[in-house]
Design a protein. Structure first.
Length: 313
């Protein structure tokens, strides 16, 4: 009797394996997929904040976002905080479905290999660039994925959404004699990518005019500018960003106007007022890539001529 039971069990098991092997329409069990929710996303839809209630993936994992088991995009888990995760999109499989993603939408997520959902069983290929565990944190690998995504889908010239810079340049001003002259000014900027290649930038600059409006008095000049830019790819790893904006130049000299004679006091105050200015500005910013993430920055416009160093993040 025991022999018959063992024979029957073995026969049924072998039959099930044979049926599984012969079924070319075999589909992956759905327990490999987990359902999460899109909490938020960046304006450029390149960073997604997903729930991680299932705790099925960790920082450094690659995952794929699906709708009805249809792959939409692949990304890297950049950060985990409690039951929330920040995912950086590195590849888009379906731009049509990708545009549908929105806040509070329920999506399916699979960690690791997603080739089953993208290809038939007979054509599965290992396209992963990850050769070892160390490659999960290899910046070159991630940058290659990012550049492919930008080139194929978004056409962003700068892959990140923020660029900060510091520099020094020359602006229109006055010398100690009250004559028009070029003044050296230190400046700092912060630019944010609002949409693909469309940037908004704020600039602050400051310098001091010695012995102006009179000997022993100095004038502090501050430059506030806001600019709208469009990024264009140039040759030899350069980026050109024509801009239009608005500039406010403010000037203060605490000792001006303190002379005993009203004529001298008014003259000093007028000289300080002459420095103040506001109006529309035009120009172009040129960025020359040094290494990934770092640029030399050149400004040439109606507001200034400057040179500096920039960082994208």
């Amino acid at each position: 009797m025991t022999f018959i039971l063992l024979f029957c069990s073995t026969t049924f098991a072998q039959s099930a394996i044979d049926d599984l092997s012969d079924d070319t329409s075999f589909s992956m069990p759905t327990y490999d997929l987990v359902t999460e929710e899109i909490v938020n996303m960046s304006l450029t839809k390149r960073i997604y904040l997903l729930t991680n209630k299932s705790e099925s993936y960790a920082r450094g994992d690659f995952l794929t976002i699906l709708l009805d088991q249809k792959p939409i995009a692949r990304g890297l888990v950049a950060k985990i905080s409690g039951q929330l995760s920040a995912v950086k999109i590195t590849k888009i499989y379906s731009m049509e479905l990708y545009k549908v993603l929105s806040k509070r939408m329920k999506v399916q997520v699979i960690r690791g290999d997603d080739s089953f959902y993208r290809k038939t069983k007979e054509n599965l290929d290992d396209e992963s660039k990850i050769a070892s565990e160390d490659d999960l944190y290899d910046e070159t690998t991630i940058l290659d994925e990012d550049l492919q995504s930008d080139s194929d889908n978004r056409k962003d010239v700068i892959k990140n959404d923020n660029v900060v810079s510091v520099g020094v340049g020359y602006v229109e001003g006055f010398d100690e004699s009250g004559n028009e002259a070029k003044n050296q000014q230190f400046n700092a900027t912060w630019a944010y990518q609002m949409d693909s290649n469309i940037w908004i930038e704020g600039l602050f600059g400051q310098h001091l005019i010695k012995d102006y409006p009179a000997t022993g008095l100095d004038t502090a000049v501050k430059n506030y500018s806001i600019r709208a830019k469009y990024a264009l790819k140039g040759p030899l790893y350069t980026i050109f960003m024509p801009y239009i904006g608005f500039q406010i130049i403010d000037a203060t000299s605490p000792g001006a106007g303190s002379e005993t004679t009203s004529t001298q006091a008014q003259a000093e105050e007028q000289l300080v007022e002459n420095v103040k200015e506001r109006g529309v500005i035009l120009g172009v910013t040129a960025l020359k890539r040094l290494v990934p993430g770092w640029f030399i920055r050149l400004e040439a416009g109606t507001d200034m001529l400057a040179l500096g160093l920039a960082l994208e993040f």
